[in-house]
Write a protein that binds this ligand. Structure first.
Ligand code: SAM
Length: 383
C-alpha cells in the first residue's frame, strides 16, 4: 500500500486497524512513519528521549502511553527495545515495509526551522565553516532545501566497549564512545539524522552515505522504505591493505560501501548530477565502475592527528567530482577530520561541516589551513 496516496482520514483508519494508538494529533508524514515503523513519532522531533536513563516504572508508563501492550513481564532492555522499535521483543519481528513517498518537509511547518539566533543572529548559513556541536540540533536550525549534496560518514555502530588487540600489530579495533549505540537507539538516531538531511538537501540533490556491513542495511532500509528515496548505486570501496582479522573466525573485512541516493521519491527522481565524462577520464577513458580499489588513508593525510575512521581523500575526491559541480554547497554532518571539506575546497565547492568532537575539529582546521597556504602559494607562483 502506498500510504502517501491515502487521505489523513484513511491513514487514521489504517492506524486504528493496526491497533496503533495516540495518533490523533499527528501530521500526515508522522502517521506514515508510525505505520511503517510501528513507533509513535514524537510530536516535535527536536525532543530526544534517552530510555536508558529512565527507571522501569517510567518505561512502563511510556509503553502504556504509546498503546504498546504485553510489557508487564519484560526486562528493562526489552522495554527499551519495544519502545524504540514498536515490535514486541518476544514476538517475531514483523516489519511491514510498503513504499512511502512523502514530502518530508510537511512535518516542519510547525515552526521548527531556521533559527536566526544560532549563528550570531546573522541569518546567514555558515558557509565554508565547521560548526561544532550535535548535528541533529544544528541541522534543525538550517532552512529547507539549501544544499546541493551531502557526503557523510556517520557512526557505524561497530565499536565495542573494549576494542580487541592483536599481539603482532599495534592495531586495536574501534572502541569510540560516539560509535556505541543500542541497536534500537541506532535505528532511531539514523532515522532522525537522515530525515533532517533530506529536509535540508535540494530536491534531486545527491546523498552519499558511507557504511560497513554493520550499518549499511539499516541505512538502505531507511532510505528506501521509510523515505522512498531513489537509490542510484551502491559503491564498494575495496581496501587492498586492510587490517588483518584478529579473531580468525571470519573473512578479513576489506570493504566499505557508499550508498548513492537522490533526494526525491523513487519514481520522481530526475536530473541528478553525475559527471559521467569526468569519471571516464579519471578511469583511463573507460566507464567508471562501482568498485574502487583505494588503499587506506595515507599517513601524510593524518599528520595533524589521528581519527579512527578518517576517509582517504582519494575516495571522497571521486564522490565530489562525480556528484557535484563547481560552487555547489556540500554538507557533511559527521565531518570528523574534515575530509569532505578539504576535498570540497580543493575542487572549488562550498561546504558546511558539523562535528561534535572539538579535537577532530582542530585537526580539520589545520588540514584546511595547510590547504589554504598551498593554494595561496600556487596562486602567487602563477602571478
Ligand atoms: C566515521 S566518523 C567521520 C570521519 C570523517 N569522514 C573523516 O574523514 O575524518 C564520524 C564522526 O561523527 C561524529 N559524530 C558522531 N555523532 C555525532 C553527532 N550527533 N553530531 C555531530 N557529530 C557526530 C564523531 O565524533 C565522528 O568524528
Amino acid at each position: 500500500m502506498n500510504y502517501h496516496q491515502l487521505r489523513n482520514e484513511d491513514l487514521r483508519k489504517e492506524l486504528k486497524k493496526r491497533g496503533l494508538k495516540g495518533y490523533s494529533s499527528l501530521k500526515k508524514t508522522q502517521m506514515i512513519e508510525y505505520l511503517l515503523t510501528g513507533i509513535r513519532p514524537l510530536k516535535h522531533t527536536v525532543k530526544q528521549v534517552d530510555y536508558r536513563e529512565m527507571r522501569n516504572k517510567e518505561l512502563r508508563s511510556e509503553l502504556k502511553k504509546r498503546g504498546l501492550k504485553g510489557y508487564s513481564s519484560l526486562k528493562k532492555v526489552q522495554m527499551i527495545e519495544y519502545l524504540s522499535t514498536g515490535i514486541h521483543p518476544l514476538k517475531n519481528a514483523q516489519v511491514s515495509a510498503p513504499v512511502a513517498n512523502g514530502d518530508i518537509r510537511e512535518s516542519f511547518s510547525d515552526g521548527i526551522g531556521y533559527s536566526p539566533t544560532l549563528f550570531g543572529g546573522t541569518k546567514k548559513l555558515p558557509v565554508n565553516q565547521i560548526v561544532s556541536g550535535d548535528c541533529l540540533k544544528i541541522l534543525r536550525s538550517f532552512p529547507d532545501g539549501v544544499f546541493d549534496c551531502c557526503i557523510t560518514d556517520p557512526p557505524f555502530n561497530m565499536s565495542r566497549k573494549k576494542g580487541l588487540g592483536w599481539a603482532f600489530s599495534s592495531h586495536v579495533t574501534m572502541q569510540e564512545q560516539w560509535d556505541i549505540f543500542a541497536k534500537d537507539d541506532y535505528f532511531q538516531f539514523t532515522v532522525d539524522w537522515i530525515r533532517e538531511v533530506l529536509r535540508v538537501l535540494k530536491t534531486n540533490g545527491n546523498l552519499f552515505i558511507f557504511g560497513s556491513f554493520h550499518c549499511i542495511f539499516t541505512i538502505g532500509f531507511i532510505l528506501q522504505n521509510l523515505f522512498d528515496r531513489r537509490i542510484i548505486s551502491q559503491l564498494v570501496w575495496y581496501k587492498p591493505n586492510a587490517q588483518p582479522n584478529i579473531t580468525c573466525r571470519m573473512f578479513t573485512e576489506s570493504t566499505e560501501f557508499i550508498i548513492w541516493a537522490v533526494n526525491n521519491e523513487s519514481k520522481k527522481a530526475k536530473n541528478w548530477t553525475f559527471n559521467y565524462e569526468k569519471m571516464k577520464t579519471m578511469n583511463n577513458d573507460k566507464q567508471m565502475r562501482n568498485m574502487w580499489e583505494i588503499p587506506l588513508t595515507k599517513r601524510s593525510e593524518k599528520k595533524y592527528g589521528k581519527h579512527p575512521s578518517q576517509k582517504p581523500v582519494a575516495v571522497v575526491n571521486r564522490l565530489v567530482l562525480a556528484g557535484t559541480d563547481e560552487d555547489d554547497l556540500i554538507l557533511d554532518p559527521f565531518s570528523g577530520t574534515g575530509t569532505t571539506a578539504v576535498v570540497a575546497k580543493q575542487n572549488n565547492r562550498r561546504w558546511i561541516m558539523i562535528e561534535k568532537q572539538e579535537e577532530y575539529n582542530e585537526i580539520a582546521r589545520q588540514r584546511l589551513d595547510e590547504l589554504s597556504n598551498m593554494l595561496f602559494e600556487n596562486d602567487s607562483e602563477k602571478n
